[in-house]
Write a protein that binds this ligand. Structure first.
Ligand SMILES: Nc1ncnc2c1ncn2[C@@H]1O[C@H](COP(=O)(O)OP(=O)(O)OP(=O)(O)O)[C@@H](O)[C@H]1O
Ligand SMILES: [Mg+2]
Length: 332
């Protein structure tokens, strides 16, 4: 917020509209308070910047922050304020960070005073759908109750629509929709799942899309982002890669990215890979004798066990394909 704007507001008398006192409800003239909020935005950005990629998530959080901020200032001028629902849809492949972001949003929304607790209740079909009539609505309402002040995150949400009209999944959806209306300001609902399935799910119920004003895509990480995430994890664990290990790793991540496997689990794949490297290094160190500090820190290329043979085949296939494409273009 620019200084000029802050000084213009000097002397304004604040009207507290809600009984519950928010920091935003305090007098605008209280510059110190305003600066505190810049600190809170910085804190939020710092938390977000820890995550590689995720541009859509970062943009959405900034938008929400700005909207809340302006809304609260508007209320001090007796201008109309909007009450927007913050329910969301997350669409993306495995390991693209959906659960991680939902958890983070809980914290951020608490910082922004949107949510009182900011906790995350994770649920899937079995947590919502019962076995007899009436049980589903009860189970679903109970979950919403637990999520009050926080986020209710339903993974693989499309599975609720799996059984069609007669399935209790439909009852869960109907109950959720009703709870979203009745308890709008008490919790944030996030439905997550793979892109195609979530799109199909939304099409099945015409009332659904408009109830989720915020839809965020979680794209697969590219090879550079995968390498960046890996390096971050390695540093966090206090390890270092030798240059040979780094090359091997980057080559492998490039291969994984280019393979476009449907089951590729992005960030989770990388986490597993890093954990495996750490175990492999430990086995090597045990074999080598008592290690010094540097040895304890260092991960060598031999600690990275990946299916080399497949990679060689792929590289060979790729260079063959590149060569034939180049021949077709007449460049060879
Ligand atoms: N941008 C990122 N930066 C750092 N780590 C990440 C990032 N994205 C994902 N990860 C890591 O990848 C792992 C998997 O992420 P997460 O569980 O959030 O994925 P998901 O989209 O919920 O997967 P699924 O659809 O399988 O439930 C976590 O350990 C997380 O910390
Ligand atoms: Mg998940």
């Amino acid at each position: 917020m620019p200084d000029t704007f802050i000084s213009k507001q000097k002397g304004q008398i604040n009207v507290v509209l809600n009984q519950e006192e928010h920091a935003y409800d305090k007098p605008i003239s209280d510059q110190k308070e305003m600066l505190t909020h810049h600190v809170s935005l910085e804190k939020i950005e710092e938390k977000l910047n820890h995550f590689i990629g995720m541009e859509e998530v970062k943009k959405t959080v900034r938008e929400i922050y700005a909207w809340l901020y302006v809304n609260r200032l508007r209320s001090q001028y007796h201008l109309k304020t909007e009450n927007q629902a913050l329910h969301m849809l997350f669409k993306g492949n495995p390991g693209t960070g959906k659960t991680t972001v939902a958890r983070l949003l809980g914290e951020l929304f608490q910082d922004m005073e949107v949510l009182s607790k900011g906790h995350l209740i994770e649920a899937e079909r079995a947590d919502l759908v019962g076995e007899y009539i009436g049980q589903t609505a009860q189970k679903t309402r109970e979950l919403v109750r637990k999520a009050r002040g926080g986020i209710l995150f339903i993974d693989e949400a499309y599975s609720l629509a799996r059984g069609g009209e007669k399935d209790f999944g439909k009852e869960a959806i109907d109950t959720l929709v009703k709870q979203m209306e009745d308890k709008k300001d008490e919790f944030v609902l996030i439905l997550a799942g793979y892109l195609d399935e979530m799109d199909q799910f939304m099409e099945m119920n015409p009332g659904l899309p408009s109830r989720f004003p915020i839809q965020i895509s979680f794209p697969n990480y590219n090879e550079h982002e995968l390498a960046h995430i890996t390096n971050q994890m390695i540093t966090e664990h206090e390890y270092k890669l030798t240059s040979e290990a780094r090359k091997k790793l980057e080559r492998h991540l490039k291969l994984k990215f280019n393979q476009h496997e449907k089951t590729f689990s992005n960030g989770r794949y990388v986490r597993n890979l890093v954990e495996k490297m750490i175990r492999q290094q430990a086995v090597r160190l045990l074999r080598e004798g008592v290690p010094d500090r540097l040895a304890l820190l260092t991960i060598r290329s031999t600690d990275i066990t990946i299916e080399e043979s497949k990679e060689k085949l792929y590289d060979a296939g790729n260079s063959h394909r590149d060569a034939s494409m180049a021949t077709q273009r007449g460049t060879l």
